[in-house]
Design a protein around this ligand. Structure first.
Ligand SMILES: O=C(O)C[C@@](O)(CF)CCOP(=O)(O)OP(=O)(O)O
Length: 326
């Protein structure tokens, strides 16, 4: 009763930002992401009859509190589906430089869902696995797939039709993502809390949701046609609209720091010199920059020279869930 799975993190090009149902983690809008090869989580789940509760270690450190509760609550869902009252030892290793500000919960919950279901004897389809993973962390449901994936919000109240579907495979298009790590340490609002406050209080939220369908259509067309300018422009504008909603929340907030804006402005200046590069930002100050392979050297050198940047981590398009031999 043991299994190991590896899942990669993903970066949203059309953001998930707002829930219509907190308990079931159902979104107000569809979102679309690219899975990255540079950042991943490997998780081993072993169900042991002698255990009287779940145990969880992350990078060999025992995890307790809120993070532990989210894992054991998730395992309760797996136990319900399997109809087995078994507790598990969960060991996760994150090859996601936490400082890079990546939501390692995306690769973390995808790897957990895959290993936990396989170890207990379930063999879910990718859609079933994505739908289950969504209940751990919304954005994680997109990491089941490699390449480009769209999380369809679904219409059903029970979330039975809310899961990700592949848009294009890993080898469809070799675009690159640079994760720009800033030296800032800020107590930030988690994405879960940030989107909750936004949904409940921001007058800009309605406009945000209304603008998604046309963004999605445009970016999917761009991906299929490998039109980098189109994909980049839509992704950058979508990110800016998402962050604009936070400024209208009550109380207002932003994830951006001065260094965040320096990177944003540098990327736009780079573009004006003819190098196609676009940024996107999630629930934190760090910036992810989209670029093409032929511009890697120029982009890397430019980003590294921005004051306040401590590291730039490069990624290619990554693959979906993989089960590893124990
Ligand atoms: O990834 C995106 O689409 C955009 C964000 O990263 C933020 F910019 C949201 C991630 O939210 P998540 O951590 O999945 O929330 P949960 O469902 O409350 O666990």
């Amino acid at each position: 009763m043991k299994a190991t799975a590896k899942a990669h993190t993903n970066i949203a090009l059309i953001k998930y930002w707002g829930k219509r149902d907190e308990a079931l983690i159902l979104p107000t809008n569809n979102s679309l992401s690219v899975t990255l090869d540079g950042f991943y989580t490997t998780t081993t789940v072993s169900y042991k009859p002698e255990l009287t509760k779940d145990t969880f270690t992350l990078n060999d450190e025992v995890v307790v509190g809120e993070q532990y509760n989210r894992v054991t609550n998730f395992l309760n869902k797996v136990r319900d589906i399997a109809g087995k009252q078994l507790y598990a030892e969960v060991k996760s290793i994150n090859a996601v430089p936490t400082a890079a500000g990546f939501a390692s919960s995306a690769s973390g919950f995808a790897a957990l869902a895959a290993a936990a279901t396989k170890a207990i004897g379930l063999s879910l389809t990718e859609s079933e696995l994505s739908r289950l993973t969504r209940q751990g962390s919304g954005s994680a449901c997109r990491s089941i797939f490699g390449g480009f994936a769209e999380w369809q919000k679904g219409e059903m109240e029970d979330g039975s039709d809310s899961f990700a579907v592949p848009v294009a495979p890993k080898d469809h298009w070799d675009i690159r993502v640079a994760a720009v790590v800033l030296n800032a340490k800020m107590k930030k609002l988690s994405s879960r809390s940030g989107m909750k406050r936004t949904v409940e209080t921001s007058p800009f939220f309605k406009g945000w949701v209304e603008s998604i369908p046309s963004d999605l259509e445009a970016i999917k067309q761009g991906i299929l046609e490998r039109d980098f300018h189109k994909v980049g422009e839509v992704a950058e504008a979508n990110c800016l609209k998402m962050h604009a909603t936070t400024l209208g929340a009550n109380p207002p907030f932003t994830y951006w720091l001065d260094t965040t804006m320096s990177v944003m402005q540098t990327v736009q200046e780079l573009r004006s010199t003819g190098v196609p590069a676009y940024f996107t930002i999630d629930a934190g100050p760090n910036v992810k920059v989209l670029y093409l392979p032929q511009d890697e050297e120029k982009v890397l050198e430019t980003l590294r020279n921005i004051s306040g940047v401590t590291d730039v981590r490069l990624s290619r398009v990554g693959q979906g869930i993989k089960y590893l031999e124990d």
